[in-house]
Design a protein around this ligand. Structure first.
Ligand code: MN
Ligand code: MN
Length: 276
């Protein structure tokens, strides 16, 4: 059940109208890293979530994102000011023409889109998406801070930014509790899931924890070693869990090393194939 409480999560103060910043702030109203996206993503995940603890967290954060959506919308409306005061040469004049307040678009006028929502039903994957989403939201607020001198607006943006940091922290901690579950449970192939393929040539090959230690094998020249027909599936044991079974034979058509194109024979005059 939802209930609207008239108090805002944060009381928005705006020094004076600033349609330019109103337009920029739309990014966090109807943009891909914005507040509605966050609210809808966590809500959608919550209703499909069978883990009661994680579900509770998703509902709490989804509800707060809707409060952020409300704050950002209020702020945009206040910054736009009266529609007849918006300068005629203002690039985003459609805001005054169409809505007289926030429109459900990003700062470029592209409509909000449900495909912004990342939901798989796998809690490990979903919480990783959520954590990254919070970082992207924070980043845009950091950049928005550079675009205004309005003290009230800056304060609201800092508040929002801090809340996204807090959400990111919660998601990261929750991910820790889910280690080894869902999509993180086990790696299908002990050999290939711990290989680093060095696929760039030339100077500057770099080694780091992403390609050494932790049982990772560094393949210096993977093309030479593995490039070939269905190497991945060829020598799999019968009890393998991989998708590509040992009997997989359609293994040559996509590799010119094994399927050399036949030379084209030139037509000799007088010997053309008879066509009827
Ligand atoms: Mn938010
Ligand atoms: Mn958030």
């Amino acid at each position: 059940m939802f209930k609207h409480i008239k108090d805002m999560e944060y009381t928005v103060h705006v020094d004076r109208p600033d349609p330019r910043f109103a337009n920029l702030l739309l990014e966090q109203f109807g943009g891909p890293h914005g507040e509605l996206k966050a609210a809808m993503q966590y809500f959608t995940q919550a209703v499909g979530c069978n883990n009661p603890q994680i579900r509770d967290m998703l509902q709490d954060i989804a509800a707060e994102e809707l409060s952020h959506f409300e704050m950002v919308g209020e702020c945009i409306a206040m910054l736009l000011g009266p529609t007849d005061k918006v300068p005629r040469d203002f690039p985003a004049i459609h805001l005054a023409l169409l809505t007289g307040g926030p429109s459900l678009t990003n700062s470029m006028g592209a409509p909000w889109n449900a495909s912004y929502i990342e939901t798989t039903g796998d809690l490990y994957a979903d919480l990783c998406s959520n954590s990254a989403g919070e970082l992207r939201a924070k980043l845009i607020y950091e950049r928005l801070l550079q675009q205004t001198d309005d003290a009230g607006v800056k304060d609201m943006v800092r508040f929002l930014l801090s809340r996204e940091e807090s959400h990111n922290f919660s998601f990261m901690q929750a991910i820790e509790t889910l280690k080894g579950t869902g999509v993180d449970a086990n790696f299908r192939d002990s050999e290939f899931s711990k290989k680093y393929m060095n696929l760039s040539t030339g100077l500057g090959d770099t080694r780091g924890p992403w390609n050494q230690g932790n049982g990772i094998q560094y393949e210096e020249n993977p093309n030479e070693k593995f490039g070939g027909p269905a190497q991945y599936g060829k020598d799999r044991s019968a009890d393998s869990k991989g998708e590509v079974g040992p009997g997989y034979q359609d293994n040559t058509r996509n590799n010119p090393q094994y399927t050399q194109p036949k030379p084209i024979t030139a037509n000799v005059p007088g010997q053309e194939k008879q066509m009827h």
